[in-house]
Write a protein that binds this ligand. Structure first.
Ligand code: PLP
Length: 360
């Protein structure tokens, strides 16, 4: 068996310990004679799995009691519709557009009401997070929406927008559990888990209880109404049992490794290895304004598309996978999520230094 260093933006690298544990459980989970994939979602065995997963993420993120944790399907993209359907009472919401995912969410919301673009970083190819300290926020907005870590462009909010009392909704897909956050500052925090937490097809939504009501937009499908899911403890229909189980193992791995404070420290050290290299390199250049850099997704370029392609191909041959940048931006992107060991980043940087020597 040989494993590569996988820099994919998602689905992405998972902790080896977790994969081994899942492999060991595969034929016979805890003596029940079947795998988690084969058991009823109504069984005691699965009930324990989902309850424990919820308790562990609550403890990891320090989630206040007045927030529900929902395990939903349809990925993060499905919440682009669920958010307006559940929250647009006034049919007006503010969106801060810092990349493709925020743009897609705003476009979807436009189907249900008025979308006010409060700020955007489109003028510089989404290479920074705009100043959000004094936006034109009016109190008729149902919510203010952000994408907290921009997976494609490699930017991250280092300070939350001043929403002037309006509820904040945040897509944290690509920074989920990468560092502590104060959940009480948000109305809704949600993320697809396939970036930093688990397998694709599961989204975890953390929602303040008073926002979970029957008062949703007319025509909201039963499945997209948060109250349906909350009333049924995420078991209205068959959930993604396997993904919930793997996330549970990842939560335990995070708890065992010191929780989110420790993860943040590790992630900062790891990202610094790559950013420090980029800052002194004469060949490679980071594309993001330093103050807006993400700890999770690091885009960079040589400035020459052919050389970029050569680098990606040679890196792949050397065991560094999925370094090609998003199809809409080109260049390279290294996603260095929780499960990427520091050693992986150090080896990548050594490889980049070698490539620079040979190609300049
Ligand atoms: C990947 C990603 C999405 C889309 O996730 P799906 O689960 O594929 O719908 C949304 N937002 C962000 C920030 C992402 O990185």
């Amino acid at each position: 068996m040989s494993r590569v260093y996988n820099f994919s933006a998602g689905p992405a690298v998972l902790p080896e310990e977790v994969l081994k544990e899942a492999a060991a459980d595969m034929m016979d989970y805890k003596g029940c004679g079947m795998s988690v994939m084969e058991m009823s979602h109504r069984s005691k065995m699965f009930d324990d799995i989902i309850k424990e997963a919820e308790a562990d993420i609550r403890s990891l993120m320090n989630i206040p009691d007045n927030y529900k944790v929902l395990f939903l399907q349809g990925g993060a993209s499905q919440q682009f519709s669920a958010v307006p359907m559940n929250l647009m009472k006034n049919k007006k919401a503010g969106y801060i557009v810092t990349g493709q995912w925020a743009k897609k969410a705003a476009q979807e919301a436009k189907r249900y009401g008025e979308v006010v673009e409060l700020a955007s970083s489109a003028d510089k190819t989404f290479s920074y997070i705009p100043d959000c300290s004094d936006l034109a926020i009016t109190d008729d907005l149902d919510y203010v929406y952000i994408c907290e870590n921009n997976t494609i462009y490699g930017t991250h909010y280092h300070e939350l927008p001043n929403t002037k009392g309006v509820d904040l909704v945040s897509d944290v897909s690509s920074c989920f559990l990468s560092e502590p956050i104060d959940v009480s500052k948000y109305a809704v925090v949600y993320g697809g888990v396939q970036k930093n937490v688990g397998p694709a097809g599961l989204v975890i939504a953390i929602i303040r209880e008073d926002l979970i009501t029957d008062d949703v937009l007319e025509g909201t499908p039963t499945m997209l109404k948060w109250k349906t899911q909350a009333d049924n403890d995420s078991l209205y229909n068959t959930p993604n049992c396997w993904a919930i189980y793997i996330c549970g193992l990842v939560f335990k791995w995070l708890l065992k490794n010191g929780g989110l404070e420790a993860m943040k420290k590790r992630n900062e050290e790891k990202a610094a290895v790559l950013y420090d290299f980029l800052d002194q390199s004469k060949l490679f250049k980071g594309t993001v304004e330093p103050a807006s850099r993400s700890l999770m997704n690091v885009p960079f370029v040589t400035g020459d598309a052919d050389l970029d392609a050569k680098f990606v191909a040679e890196a792949k041959a050397a065991g560094f996978e999925n370094l090609k940048g998003h199809r809409t931006v080109g260049g390279m992107r290294a996603s260095i999520y929780n499960a990427m060991p520091k050693e992986g980043v150090e080896k990548l940087v050594a490889f980049m230094a070698e490539f620079e020597k040979k190609n300049s």
